[in-house]
Design a protein. Structure first.
Length: 392
C-alpha cells in the first residue's frame, strides 16, 4: 500500500556537476603486542569510544555484501583486524570485544599457531576455535610463516598462500577461509593471482586509507592503530570529519556515508549552493525516475522514528521531489518542494522500523527540476531496548 503526502515549500537552485563521491569504510589494523603500543588500557578506551559513539563492528561477509552488492550495514560500520595471532588476542582483546558486543578478524600465520617465538606466545587452535564459536574473533590467513611473499618462488608462494588456507580449514570446524593479510603488506599482481586461484575472496594490505566500493578486493586498505590517545584515535578513524550532529537524538546518513548508495543513473557532486549537510551533496536533473539513490541501514532498535531530509534550495530545484520511505510493512511516498526550506532538517513523517530489516529511503529524479540528495536523519520516538542514545 502506498500513501502520498504533500509537503509544500518554495525557492530554487543552480548546480555545478563534478565526479560522484563514494561511501567509505575504515578497516583498523592492530597487533596485540606491546612492541606495537598495544595494551588492555588503551584498547579498552578505544573500544569504549567506538561503543559510546555509535560505531558497529562488521564481519568480512557483511563487508563483502556491501562492497559487491550494495547491501546495507549497521550504522557507523567499522572493520577491526589483528595481525600475527599473538596470545593477547585471546587473553586481552577477546574479552574486551565480547563485553561490548563487537567482533574482529584474527589473521594468523598457521605454522606459529600455539608456538612461543622470540616475539612471544601465539593463540592455539582451541583458543582460535573458541573465539570463532563465540562470534567474536574470526580467524583468517596471514600465510604459514610470515614471509615477504613477492621474494618467493612460485611454488613457495603457493605453499604459503594455499597451504595456510588449508591449515585453517583443516584445524577449525566448518570453517571456510576467505581472506588473507599480506605479511609486511608485501604483494604484487602475481601474489594477487595466487590468492584468487587459492579461493580467497579478499586480501588486506598495510596501506593506510579508506575502502570504497570501488577499491579492489585484493588491495584493501587498513589504518594502523597502537597506543594512540583518544584524540589520535578519533583522527585516524575519521571521526573528526563526520557531518555535524543533528539538533536531537538519533542517527544521520549523508551522501558520503557507507549506507548511502547510488543505485542507478548519473548523480553529480556539488558544493555550488551553500548550507549543505556534511562536505557536499548530490544532484540529478529532472527525468523519468531512472536515476535513483538510497539511504539504507540497520537501525539499532525496533520502534518509531521521525525521518527528516536535508537539501539545498534554489529556483531550479524540483517542486515535487519524491522520497520513498520503506518502513515496517509499508511504503510511503513523501513529496517535497526543494525550491525552499533548504539548509535545515525537514520532517518527512513518523514511521515504524524493525532492527531486523534495513530502514530504506529512496529518492529518484522523477521530478520537474533538479533533485538534491544530501542528508537523512532518523530520530527515535519510541525504542524498546535502550535507555539512552548518543548524539550524532
Amino acid at each position: 500500500m502506498k500513501k502520498r503526502i504533500s509537503l509544500c515549500v518554495i525557492a530554487v537552485c543552480w548546480i555545478m556537476c563534478v565526479s560522484v563521491s563514494e561511501a567509505q569504510i575504515k578497516a583498523l589494523l592492530y597487533h596485540a603486542h606491546s612492541n606495537f603500543g598495544f595494551s588492555a588500557e588503551t584498547f579498552s578506551a578505544q573500544m569504549d569510544f567506538l561503543k559510546d559513539n555509535g560505531y558497529h563492528t562488521i564481519t568480512l561477509q557483511q563487508f563483502l555484501q556491501w562492497h559487491n552488492n550494495a547491501e546495507p550495514l549497521p550504522l557507523r560500520p567499522i572493520l577491526i583486524t589483528f595481525d600475527d595471532n599473538y596470545i593477547p588476542v585471546y587473553d586481552v582483546a577477546y574479552p574486551i570485544l565480547q563485553q561490548r558486543g563487537f567482533c574482529a578478524v584474527n589473521f594468523a600465520h598457521t605454522y606459529y599457531v600455539g608456538v612461543i617465538t622470540g616475539n612471544g606466545d601465539h593463540c592455539d587452535w582451541d583458543e582460535i576455535q573458541e573465539m570463532e564459536d563465540a562470534g567474536v574473533f574470526f580467524t583468517e590467513s596471514h600465510t604459514r610463516t610470515h614471509p615477504h611473499l613477492t621474494t618467493l618462488s612460485d611454488s613457495d608462494a603457493w605453499d604459503e598462500i594455499f597451504g595456510s588456507k588449508t591449515d585453517i580449514e583443516t584445524n577449525m570446524s566448518s570453517k571456510t577461509c576467505i581472506a588473507i593479510a599480506y605479511p609486511y603488506g608485501n604483494y604484487d599482481d602475481r601474489i594477487i593471482t595466487f590468492c584468487e586461484n587459492a579461493g580467497y575472496l579478499m586480501g588486506f594490505t598495510t596501506i593506510n586509507g579508506y575502502n570504497y566500493r570501488t577499491t579492489p578486493l585484493f588491495e584493501l586498505r587498513r589504518t594502523g592503530i597502537g597506543g594512540d590517545t583518544i584524540e589520535q584515535f578519533k583522527q585516524k578513524i575519521g571521526f573528526n570529519t563526520l557531518p555535524p550532529a543533528p539538533p536531537g537524538d538519533g542517527w544521520t546518513i549523508d551522501n558520503t556515508d557507507p549506507n548511502f548508495f547510488i543505485d542507478a543513473g548519473e548523480w553529480s557532486v556539488s558544493t555550488s549552493v551553500p548550507q549543505y549537510y556534511g562536505t557536499d551533496y548530490l544532484t540529478a536533473p529532472a527525468g523519468d525516475g531512472s536515476s535513483k539513490v538510497r539511504w539504507a541501514a540497520y537501525l539499532p532498535e525496533d520502534g518509531f522514528y521521525r525521518v527528516y531530509a536535508w537539501w539545498t534550495e534554489h529556483s531550479n530545484r524540483a517542486s515535487n521531489a519524491k522520497y520513498e520511505i520503506h518502513h515496517l510493512g509499508n511504503t510511503t511516498t513523501v513529496e517535497v518542494d526543494q525550491r525552499s526550506h533548504g539548509g535545515q532538517w525537514n520532517l518527512l513523517g513518523e514511521f515504524e522500523f524493525s532492527a531486523e530489516q534495513p530502514a530504506s529511503i529512496v529518492l529518484s529524479n522523477d521530478a520537474d527540476g533538479y533533485v538534491i540528495a544530501d542528508g537523512i536523519w532518523f530520530e527515535p520516538v519510541e525504542v524498546t531496548r535502550v535507555s539512552a542514545w548518543a548524539f550524532f
